[in-house]
Design a protein around this ligand. Structure first.
Ligand SMILES: [Cu+2]
Length: 101
């Protein structure tokens, strides 16, 4: 009886961990270098992203369908949310311009 309960609890923890990992969101900041609208690919020079263990660098991200391309301007400072999809690609799911103080 007790063993069954312990196994059930452990299974739940593993499931929760797996699900959380698959949809983990990382907040990041950077500057837009270029945008390839047809490929929905954006180059950003980003600040370190501690939750991904990633140092500052310039790299390409895919833009999720939820991100409107019309609002993106080259040279602009932006904050964005990144997920790593099931194929290991870095996908931006939320995108916003950093408002001047
Ligand atoms: Cu990077």
């Amino acid at each position: 009886m007790r063993t069954k309960l312990i196994i059930a609890v452990m299974l739940n923890i593993l499931l929760m961990f797996g699900v959380a990992n698959a949809t983990e969101q990382h907040a990041a900041k950077g500057v837009v270098n270029s945008l390839d609208e047809s490929a929905r690919l954006i180059s950003i020079t980003h600040e370190p992203v501690k939750t991904m263990g990633m140092p500052a660098m310039t790299m390409d991200f895919l833009l999720a369908d939820s991100v409107e391309l019309g609002s993106i301007k080259v040279g602009e400072a932006v904050n964005f949310t990144v997920i790593i999809d099931s194929k290991g690609r870095f996908v931006i799911t939320k995108f916003g311009q950093i408002k001047e103080p």
